[in-house]
Design a binder for this molecule. Structure first.
Ligand code: SF4
Length: 472
């Protein structure tokens, strides 16, 4: 499990206290969720579509090594070059070296959570390469110097007014009219597309049989990123592969409805290799970087493995009461919400807090919404169990030890009952450290009436009532 480098509890408390951000988030999530629901309701065969897509995702996991071999051969045959990267730093170094060796100074990028996972923008900047995000939401976030708060809608937490103020500051043009604001961003980005030496895209689905990288979008920026500059680097994680175009179609059947509520996105781009002889456009060089970063270990894990079926639709985030309350930034990792709490706990180099699984309320809304058939609560429960086994929490370990000795536990419970009315005050005054954290992180149940005593009293009342011939 990843090391704890972020305090989810503190970040969540800060997010909950930020009324303005919560209001923006509430509104945005309600909208995105309503779109999904309307789209799913309009598809009487959604359950069948989902079953087909789940079967495809399962088949991918069952034959992943073979599919990756086929993919490598297909991409090579189409004139592309395949690179395998074991972890995040190897992947970002590989791409940075590749672009540096070709004299790239400016790279345009499409939205890619994998590039966030490997810290690509930071690595490129350190190598003197300017990387410009071209997805509108991602561009806004980049200009704000922030990280995405949602895997699908990176600027979900930002209001129209905040974007207007940002554009006024950066471009000197003021408007709160959305089409006009889009024009302002487009004017700035067009010049970047034309000047870029390389384009970096993510990949929604990659077809082993043909070596085709499929990406879905609504703005046209990915199409330009992958075809305008002379070099195209596509970045995928190894589980994104499927066997054939027919299998890709099965995933496409459920991805846009679950993500944005669309039957299909406005643009569906298929990139296969580099420009062939006689072709007039397309990149002269095409590289496909396949990232592992802990996923092979996940594949070998019989319980957590289903998270690799995830198609990054974001539906589980939109229905999760924890994500809805605290937003994506509180997670401190690239992947927030239910899927993120699982993925971030096992990925190498993940920046999140390994205790995120403990925030789950086990309401099950994520599993119900997930088109890939992932049962998140079961996986989160397993992560909790593993952490409890590792025994990282001293207070929980002490409690467990106490609970194993009935006499000691009884004495401690008797003491707790005497201080019960003052327990909240005791918790508030406890010094920082494991005990303080344990006390403050819990809502204490009423301890003044132990169940054994209540049971005895109840039994007495019952026998008295029976003696009188009455009903209990
Ligand atoms: S876990 Fe399921 S619902 Fe969540 S993003 Fe992945 S596919 Fe979508």
């Amino acid at each position: 499990m990843s090391a704890c480098r972020h305090n989810f509890g503190k970040a969540s408390a800060a997010a909950l206290a930020d009324g303005e951000s919560r209001a923006i988030l509430d509104k945005a999530i309600l909208q995105i969720h309503a779109l999904r629901q309307r789209s799913v309701d309009a598809m009487p065969d959604f359950t069948d579509r989902r079953a087909r897509a789940v079967a495809v995702r399962q088949a991918t996991l069952d034959r992943l090594p073979d599919l990756l071999e086929t993919l490598e051969a297909s991409v090579t045959a189409a004139g592309g070059i395949v690179h395998f990267a074991e972890d995040a730093s190897q992947a970002s170094r590989l791409i940075t070296d590749l672009l540096t060796a070709r004299g790239v100074r400016l790279a345009v990028k499409s939205k890619s959570m994998v590039s966030e996972e490997i810290g690509l923008n930071e690595a490129l900047a350190a190598a003197g390469i300017e990387a410009v995000e071209t997805d509108l939401g991602e561009y806004i976030i980049q200009l704000m110097g922030q990280k995405p708060s949602h895997i699908l809608a990176p600027a979900l937490h930002v209001s129209k007014e905040q974007v207007s103020a940002l554009f006024a500051e950066k471009f000197g043009r003021t408007s709160t009219d959305i089409p006009e604001m889009t024009r302002i961003a487009r004017d700035s980005l067009r010049a970047k597309f034309l000047a870029a030496d390389a384009g970096i895209t993510g990949a929604n689905i990659v077809v082993a049989e043909t070596g085709t990288v499929m990406v879905l979008e609504n703005e046209g920026n990915i199409r330009l990123t992958g075809s305008c500059p002379p070099i195209h680097v596509a970045l995928m994680t190894l589980e994104k592969v499927v066997g054939s175009l027919a299998e890709a179609a099965a995933v496409l059947d459920i991805l846009p409805p679950s993500a944005t509520g669309q039957t299909l996105p406005v643009h569906l781009s298929l990139f296969t290799g580099a420009r062939r002889d006689g072709e007039r456009d397309g990149p002269r060089e095409m590289h496909l970087v396949i990232l592992d970063n802990g996923r092979s270990e996940l594949l070998a894990d019989p319980i957590l493995r289903p998270i690799l079926k995830c198609i990054r639709c974001g539906a589980c985030l939109n229905v999760c009461p924890v994500y809805q309350s605290v937003g994506g930034h509180a997670y401190g990792s690239v992947y927030p919400g239910p899927m993120g709490s699982i993925l971030s706990s096992v990925l190498k180099d993940a920046a999140g807090d390994a205790r995120q699984p403990f925030a789950c309320t086990h309401c099950g809304a994520c599993a119900e919404a997930c088109p890939a058939g992932i049962d998140h609560p079961v996986l989160l429960q397993e992560l909790r169990r593993r952490q409890a086994e590792q025994g990282t929490d001293t207070a929980t370990k002490s409690y467990a030890a106490l609970a194993r000795h009935p006499l000691l536990f009884g004495a401690a419970a008797a003491w707790a009952r005497t201080v019960d009315p003052r327990l909240d005050r005791v918790a508030a005054m406890a010094p920082d450290g494991p005990v303080g954290k344990f006390l403050r992180g819990r809502k204490f149940p009423g301890l003044s009436k132990p169940f054994s005593r209540r049971f005895k009293a109840m039994a007495k009342r019952l026998s008295r009532a029976q003696a009188k011939g009455g009903r209990s």
